[in-house]
Design a protein around this ligand. Structure first.
Ligand code: 3HC
Length: 285
């Protein structure tokens, strides 16, 4: 949810106050990079425990960023961390249902809305509001403080002004923006999710081990992580949710068939790195 402080032709960023709803992996990263860019952020989370964890994970990530940016002057790094954290306000609100509908009724008409959904239709989410022209998609990538890309998604109803404001805002927080239509998975996930699913199918057939498939894609194709490492990193619950949603909508497409091994791991609470186990096991910190 993005509140504009004034209206311009949007040549430069006019968005100064940002509200991020949800403090999971993505929400915390989005709040962090926004605050790093000098903007005020309110981070809304329905679960108080999650909100606490979010604050800790932002502090850890900021320390990594500061170490890199201020390696010659650690005292400036400490100042950067303190100032950035000072721009983020945590808010624990119990809005579980009809989120955007409720927000639409509560927010000023000038407020722009955006969703960071990885796989749902922006148009469908926007349809519950009365501001379809001021609604779009802003899709980030994990880890948000590191990945440079921001997908800016326009529905047929997103106005030019809203689109320009989103593009300028993305640039203001240091991201490279691309524009895409409101199609399933936009650009990155439409390519990445079927690729990760094909790797799992290969493993399920017993063609190669997960470890060897990962080694193959890192050393043979130059990917920073193999598909199983990436699945565990993104979260198996997330990839599984994406695949199940797309399969329901497009049952004829074999690329979106849900995966037996992934469904089993998810049903056992094995979501990947965040739960300590997925396709691999991790030391719990
Ligand atoms: N916060 C801040 N900085 C971080 C960070 C974080 N959470 N995670 C990593 N970094 C920084 C490190 O400090 C390090 O900085 P340096 O190079 O200046 O020292 C740098 O990033 C590299 O980190 P590491 O040395 O720990 O590890 P790697 O070199 O293995 O890089 C990685 C980690 C950036 C995650 C890399 O493995 C990578 O790019 N992996 C692929 C990630 C990817 O594909 N993401 C997209 C997933 S799809 C998605 O998000 C969409 C969603 O809708 C599902």
């Amino acid at each position: 949810v993005i509140k504009r402080s004034f209206s311009t032709s949007m040549a430069k960023n006019a968005i100064k106050n940002v509200t991020v709803i949800g403090g999971g992996l993505m929400g915390s990263g989005i709040a962090q990079v926004t605050a790093q860019a000098g903007q005020n952020v309110t981070l809304v989370e329905v679960n108080a425990d999650v909100l606490k964890k979010t604050e800790t994970s932002i502090a850890t990530s900021l320390a990594r960023v500061a170490k890199k940016l201020y390696k010659d002057k650690p005292s400036d790094g400490e100042k950067f961390v303190a100032e950035t954290r000072g721009r983020i306000k945590g808010k624990n609100i119990d809005i579980k249902h009809k989120l955007f509908k409720d927000l639409d009724a509560a927010a000023p008409p000038t407020t722009l809305f955006a969703s960071n959904t990885s796989s749902l239709s922006i148009g469908e989410i926007a349809s519950v509001t009365n501001r379809k022209d001021r609604f779009g998609g802003l899709h980030f990538f994990n880890p948000v403080p590191v990945m440079k890309l921001l997908e800016v998604i326009r529905t047929p109803e997103t106005s030019d002004e809203t689109y320009q404001a989103f593009m300028a805002w993305g640039k203001s927080i240091g991201k490279v923006c691309i524009t895409c239509k409101d199609t399933p998975g936009f650009v990155v996930n439409r390519l990445l999710v079927p690729y990760m699913a094909e790797a799992v199918r290969m493993y399920e057939r017993g063609d190669a081990s997960a470890r060897d498939i990962d080694t193959a894609m890192k050393l043979g194709a130059g990917y920073p992580m193999g598909p199983f490492e990436l699945n565990d990193y993104v979260g198996l619950d997330t990839t599984n949710f994406i695949l199940e949603g797309w399969h329901k909508k497009m049952p004829e497409n074999p690329l979106f068939e849900p995966l037996e091994s992934m469904k089993k791991l998810v049903s056992e609470g094995k979501f990947g790195i965040k739960s300590g186990e997925g396709y691999y096991k991790y030391d719990k910190k």
